[in-house]
Design a protein around this ligand. Sequence first.
Ligand SMILES: Nc1ncnc2c1ncn2[C@@H]1O[C@H](COP(=O)(O)OP(=O)(O)OP(=O)(O)O)[C@@H](O)[C@H]1O
Ligand SMILES: [Mg+2]
Length: 383
Amino acid sequence: MKSKASGKYIKTTAGGEMVQAFVPNTLPPQLTAKELAALKEPLRNADAAIGKLRLAGEMIPSLDWFVYSFVRKEALLSSEIEGTQATLTDVLSYEQTGQTGSSGLEDLEEVTNYVRAINYAFDEQKSKNGLPISARLLDQCHLRLMQGVRGENKQPGEIRRSQVWIGGTRPGNAAFVPPPADKVRGLLGDLESYIHSNDDLPPILRVGAAHVQFETIHPYLDGNGRLGRMLIALLLDHWNLLSSPLLYLSVFLKAHQSVYYEMLDGVRAEGDWLGWFSFFLEGVEQTADDASKTACILYNQVSRDRKTLLAADSVTVSAIQLFEILPKTPVVSMPVVTKLLDTTKPTATKAIEILQQTDILSEVGSRKRDRIYKYERYLELLT
Ligand SMILES: Nc1ncnc2c1ncn2[C@@H]1O[C@H](COP(=O)(O)OP(=O)(O)OP(=O)(O)O)[C@@H](O)[C@H]1O
Ligand SMILES: [Mg+2]
């Protein structure tokens, strides 16, 4: 049953007001045998959904493009939580050509920064001398996340040095006051130790617990939500549940934002881990199911389009090569194709033409120069 706070409150000042800052207990979370029993069924369902996603991931010949697109979708949604409105096509056009389309540069930077941070973190995990999941790794991710105009005064790559509060117009009526700044480093160190220690708790619950702990510590001035969700993907890999970043909870957490916040508060104020874990497992199951489905749908679409292309009279080797890179790079321009296929301008132009004739690529807008093309059916499936 719900018991008591999963930490203690200490008096501190924020914005000139006296407030009660919350300092969480170290993990693991305290769960009774009864609570664990109540989680058995949702755990089984979540595990099954993750297992299916693992298979769906393996079914795809090039996992790369799938992951790539999903990372972008997550980035987009995460930024939407912050009110950013960049479209997927805008983001991809910007990456390929530096042209901003209808979205502002700041919106696009925010999304591409997020992709950069995730790719960096996963590359570090894969490389032999890379940083393990640690406070240092998170600092590096934060640095990448906060590049550019909006992040400038958010102390990129550094844990906060001041008291913050969440929700409310002033510290006194805040929904939540995270730990004082001088406690952050120690708390992050404890979280890091937990991540690298053994625990009898099922790994998926450990992932959920680590996410709450991270959000509660709230180590940075901004970007804690995005980093905390990135941490979920990293930990799924770390505890061998999913070896590639196929599962992002952003959509679920955005769709249920107020419940999500209530659940976080429930853990802190009442030690209601059962409530949080039930919610989290439901999110994992739904998200994994959706990702599996999307994997199949994308795979089928690409297979169908490949068939159409191969059956066309006009098909060339370069057109096929261009087609094969589209899932990873669904928005291209002539210079980009020239570079990616390592070919001449005329050959690249011809390849684009053939993919237009076969109705695979279509032009974005109607520019006279620097034309941009997109693999529309594929992009539509992603959004
Ligand atoms: N009222 C609240 N109660 C508890 N936790 C909250 C509340 N509001 C926000 N949070 C947590 O703080 C995160 C937001 O923190 P921050 O603004 O630093 O991150 P972000 O990445 O910029 O935002 P977002 O998560 O919205 O993309 C949320 O994702 C959530 O985990
Ligand atoms: Mg924010």
